[in-house]
Design a binder for this molecule. Structure first.
Ligand code: FES
Ligand code: FE2
Length: 334
């Protein structure tokens, strides 16, 4: 299962960087839907820049570059929502969620460019499962793959547990590498064994099966991971949506769900145990959750492009090769 990389020498501190990656393209969770009521505006840090998130009166959500194409005022400081448009505080020009200029209150003629195309950069947005997702591509390319469907989040008889939120001081690629680093589960998390894992890369998807079906996970691009924890016919789903804030900071969010089994039933007990296990809080288990152990490693490590791997390591290089497809070439040197 291990891949071989021939290394002549080991790079030292000054030759290494913490996060030598551009921002990858893909779908990313921007905010919980409930945190953006109709008519409101939020300033958001994501993809190594500022953005303005707003919800129009019809419920439509826009995510735009903050700086007005007119004279550069920041739409998120003093701007307001008017209908489905965002209105700049400076001279009251209005823009819709697709970036078209819809009104200039004192102009007789719309500037030529504004008649031909959107003049404010906006990102494609979709709302699903109580969250606002945006498609980011450094070159403005339209979505290249869809958001996943997760039937468990569409069921009526279900329980949804917490949507956690953590700032992690590294890039998504480094966080995701944990999923194929089977050995660290034993030594960092204290699992009694190094579980067997099977990983598969398939276009924009990357799947893992850890412990012979105990944990099955599927990445849909860099920003979305659906993990299922399975035991005795009970499944607990974890929906993990890391957002690149900048090149060295990731806002990690997780939502969990399982069927609303009767209180006190065996199935309910299993589901709750799987949930507790997934966050490293299961009673009677030795293993530690990522909050208490992985964060210390992530916040301080440097990336080794040429790691010294051994035969017991998981498919680290396969993960890196799959992930690299989301670094668009034009942005590669950024
Ligand atoms: S700067 Fe925005 S309307 Fe003038
Ligand atoms: Fe971990």
């Amino acid at each position: 299962m291990n891949e071989v990389m021939t290394i002549e020498r080991i790079q030292t501190s000054k030759e290494l960087e913490r996060c030598p990656f551009p921002i990858p393209y893909g779908w990313f969770m921007i905010e919980e839907s409930a945190k953006l009521p109709v008519g409101e505006i939020r300033n958001i840090q994501a993809f190594d820049q500022e953005w303005v998130l707003f919800r129009g009166e019809s419920g439509k959500v826009g995510l735009s570059d903050p700086f007005c194409p007119h004279l550069g005022a920041h739409l998120g400081h003093g701007g307001v929502v008017d209908g489905d448009n965002i209105r700049c505080p400076f001279h009251h020009w209005e823009f819709d969620a697709d970036g078209w200029c819809k009104a200039i209150p004192y102009a007789k003629i719309m500037p030529g460019l504004a008649r031909k195309r959107p003049v404010l950069r906006t990102l494609p947005v979709e709302e699903r499962y109580g969250a606002i997702f945006a498609w980011y591509h450094p070159d403005g390319v339209d979505p290249l793959f869809p958001l996943p469907t997760v039937p468990e989040f569409e069921a009526d008889d279900r329980i949804e547990t917490r949507r956690g939120q953590w700032n992690i001081g590294t890039a998504i690629q480094e966080i995701g590498e944990n999923g194929v680093d089977y050995a660290h589960l034993r030594f960092l998390h204290g699992s009694p064994i190094i579980p067997e894992g099977v990983a598969k890369a398939d276009d924009y998807k990357f799947s893992v099966d850890i412990g012979d079906g105990f944990i099955t996970g599927e990445h849909h691009g860099p920003g979305i991971q659906v993990m299922r924890f399975n035991k005795d016919g009970v499944t607990m789903v974890m929906f993990s949506t890391p957002l690149p804030v900048d090149r060295e900071m990731t806002l990690s969010r997780m939502a969990f769900t399982f069927r609303d089994y009767a209180e006190g039933s065996t199935e309910r007990g299993i589901a709750e145990h799987l949930y507790a296990h997934s966050i490293g809080a299961a009673e009677g288990e030795e293993s530690a959750g990522f909050e208490s152990v992985d964060l210390i490693v992530w916040d301080n490590k440097k990336y080794r492009p040429q790691p010294l791997l051994c035969d017991g390591d998981g498919p680290i290089l396969m993960w890196r090769e799959w992930f690299a497809q989301f670094y668009a070439s034009e942005n590669a040197a950024a």
